[in-house]
Design a protein around this ligand. Structure first.
Ligand SMILES: NC(=O)c1ccc[n+]([C@@H]2O[C@H](COP(=O)([O-])OP(=O)(O)OC[C@H]3O[C@@H](n4cnc5c(N)ncnc54)[C@H](OP(=O)(O)O)[C@@H]3O)[C@@H](O)[C@H]2O)c1
Length: 352
């Protein structure tokens, strides 16, 4: 079995959890054809560690600082490795520097696994073209709903069917905060509670204002629907200002409030073109796929209403298989790490 040499770009929550998962389940992963060795760890402000003889990941995960100073691009181009793990901080307004990292890695002959939504939300088709022309893989299962097989389901299990749209509740923090408000909390108290429990960041605006959801919508639209879009093109309303009175009004109609992500093809919404639903190819989709993130009142018995707390749900709409719902129940970092490892297993299987 070939051992995959890994470069970790970013070694925060996800990078460390991937390290722990690779170690603790190494025997089962070996049975799946995956053997790994870390050869570099790069952080933003906490230094860099390069050892082409192999890094003790568990020891590294217990460290806060590393002695080296090389940048991510230096390490990508100078260190021999099979896979670059793009686990750096998301910049939702540009997708950078993760896009440059992914492109440089593929051009230097390395596969890329990204948990960072930036590359897939901003530059999916461009990066796939570079991957294909270099005979390398670009995989990103953990970017939406952590390790839940969303992209893999659509790409591997729905062959011949077309995704005509999707709807979902895809952000844990806002779902948690809305549940707290529904139970009687004020908005500020609900956010503070989410921060205390580690569900919300110190700066929760990325979630509260709908940016994280918009990045997920753009990523899903690019991959599942052939859009060439980005998070700025998603019509976005956050959950700021929602009160328990709003929930009381919704409850009187048998409804609740969720931050709902949607995408659909506009010709299906009455634009009048004589086309089969889903008849849009990559690159043709601009202006024809509508995308929204907004608080919506949804019937209490609906699938969107059933996810509580930090859970998520995605309903993928298809022409041949109707609607398919996927729920992720109470995820932790472990699920995100699994998404990364499942991509590594895919690379290992396809390169043996
Ligand atoms: N946490 C989750 O459950 C989850 C789930 C799905 C996807 N994701 C995505 O996974 C990625 C990592 O998340 P996380 O929770 O691990 O974040 P995190 O704990 O904040 O760690 C981010 C890491 O990236 C490093 N970094 C930032 N800019 C860099 C640069 N230019 N070059 C090299 N390293 C850089 C940081 O280094 P310094 O600390 O030194 O700045 C840190 O090591 C993010 O894109 C996130 O959106 C996270």
């Amino acid at each position: 079995m070939k051992t995959l040499d890994l470069i970790f770009l970013g070694f925060g929550n996800v990078g460390r959890e991937v390290s722990r998962l690779l170690w603790s389940n190494r025997e089962e992963f070996a049975r799946q054809g995956l053997s790994t060795r870390a050869v570099a760890i790069v952080t933003g402000r906490h230094g860099t560690l390069v050892d082409e003889g192999g890094i003790d990941l568990l020891a590294a995960a217990a460290n806060d600082r590393f002695p080296g100073r090389q940048s991510a691009l230096d390490v990508i181009t100078s260190v021999r490795a099979d896979v670059v793990l793009e686990l750096t901080t998301l910049d939702v307004r540009s997708g950078q520097p993760a896009i440059s990292h992914a492109e440089a890695a593929l051009r230097s002959g390395k596969h890329v696994v990204s948990a960072n939504k930036g590359p897939v939300a901003w530059a999916y088709h461009e990066i796939m073209e570079i991957a294909q022309s270099n005979g390398r893989m670009f995989l990103f299962e953990s970017t939406v709903m952590d390790g839940t097989p969303v992209f893999n389901l659509a790409q591997h299990c729905l062959r011949g069917a077309r995704v005509t749209g999707f709807e979902g509740v895809l952000n844990s923090t806002t779902n948690f905060v809305l549940d707290e408000i529904a139970s009687g909390s004020a908005f500020e108290d609900a956010v503070a509670d989410a921060q205390r429990r580690g569900v919300a960041e110190a700066d929760p605006s990325m979630d509260i204002d709908g940016w994280d959801s918009a990045a997920k919508v753009a990523a899903l639209a690019n991959v599942l629907m052939g859009a060439r879009t980005n998070p700025l093109a998603v019509s976005r309303v956050g959950i700021g200002g929602i009160t328990r009175q709003d929930f009381a009004r919704a409850a009187r109609r048998g409804e609740t409030i969720k931050l709902v992500c949607r995408a659909w093809r506009s010709q299906e919404a009455g634009a009048g073109e004589d086309r089969r639903p889903g008849d849009v190819r990559p690159g043709e989709a601009d202006g024809k796929i509508q995308m929204t993130v907004a608080p919506e009142q949804v019937p209490r018995g609906s699938l969107l209403a059933t996810v509580r707390g930090t859970s998520s749900v995605l309903v993928v709409k298809t022409d041949l298989m109707g609607d398919i719902g996927i729920v992720e129940q109470d995820p932790s970092l472990w699920q995100t790490a699994y998404g990364v490892v499942s991509d590594l297993i895919e690379i290992a299987r396809r390169t043996q």
